[in-house]
Design a protein around this ligand. Sequence first.
Ligand SMILES: [Fe+2]
Length: 484
Amino acid sequence: MTSTTPNIRQYNARTFEDAPEVPHEVELELTGVVPQELQGTLYRIGPGRFNTGGFAAGHIFDGDGLVSKFVIDGGAVRFQSRYVRTPKFRAQEAGRGAEVRGLYTQARGLRHNAGQFAADSANTHAVVHAERLLALSDIGHAWDIDLDDLTTKGVCDFNGRLPRLSRFSAHPKIDPVTGELFNFGLDLAPRLGMHIPAGLRCYRVDPSGRLTTIGVVPLEDVIVQHDFAITENYLVFALSPITVDPIKGALALAGFGTIGDAAEYRPEKGMKIVLVPRNGGRQRVIECDPLVYFHVGNAYEDSGDIVLDLVQHQSSEFLSSALKTFRDGVLPLAACPTRLRITSRGRVLRDDIEMVACEFPTHDERRTGREHRFTYLTEFADGSSVIAKVDHLTGELRQHAFESSTTAGEPIFVPRSDNAAEDDGWVLVLTYNAAEHRTALHIVDAARIEDEPVAIARLTGHFYPGFHGSFTPRVAGSKAASQK
Ligand SMILES: [Fe+2]
């Protein structure tokens, strides 16, 4: 990996202007031809407004979650978007945003910070499972969102089965064979009058939506754990030592300093990889040299070894400081794809792929937990982005370049049909064009990734192209959303 962190200009001053909702479906202007075989709905979520009702986000993670849907049907693309109705959203609507404490944003006045946990922004992932659309973040609730009109139906606690003091994190994984969803949440146990970490609680949600706990990974510290992976038999956690300093954490809870700023990378603590059997059996722990990462790609079992793909960052400053200056439009980022092989004998072998600044690793989700050949990533360069496709079989790296001043979000692969080969389909990616101040959906032929998009569907306006999302073959309905 490069030894210096490049400052990559990706946005302009208008990118993070508050994005309006589009409460009624609108048909988008098209360039090219949307393939008739491509039918379904792409849901996306990300922070869409940052400066409302007296609240001024001090970090991109403190922007309000904007859920959007792109309905691809009969060669046309329809669009709709709604903000998640969190208590934070409603306080801002009422003009009380200055009283809201974010993860990295202090409220005005100690009394609005002391004893207050960070407000739920519901801005990180939109996941479809068991006929539900969930808006998720690491520290908040799972929000139940209407699949058709995107209104907020309420908090999903899985019929009371999600423990009150546990979380449901933002990167659940769905087994493509069993239809089960797996996830984890940081479990805070009240002891001695304080919340101390009890562990990472691991969940299975069956295809009907019933949640059960399958184990708890014990923790010595409160850690920042954003993602994990599954294989056919395990949940795989790489516990990077990004920990909450106990003194800073206590001060933050007392209202002094933000909660987010209490976390710091402590490489001297080392790193553990924990394998949690999906059937709830005994956990296996492997210690290894630490690294900084936030996103996992995929994992699979290979002759007794576990292969785990992730995006390794050069430092944790991307989280702690770089994303605070998001309004500047500059992204200090040094990150490359890395493959870890955890051998049956407990060694961890590491293989980096040469890339300067990438994020958002994805794969054909029919391969989740199984060996995959291709990884798709967003690669950032000065003034524009590319979609990179890694062929793990040949080592080949291919790219789709966007025009200048265009920033891309996470690439999502959609197969041409249920039984199409891996990589036979399309990559769907949202872009923000700074020169035009418009957001668009690009549809790219995955196998011919260098080619011009087969179609581009453009909004008339903009929103930040978001963090994560999901595609489902279900064509969402066209109800208008009337929620306040
Ligand atoms: Fe994420």
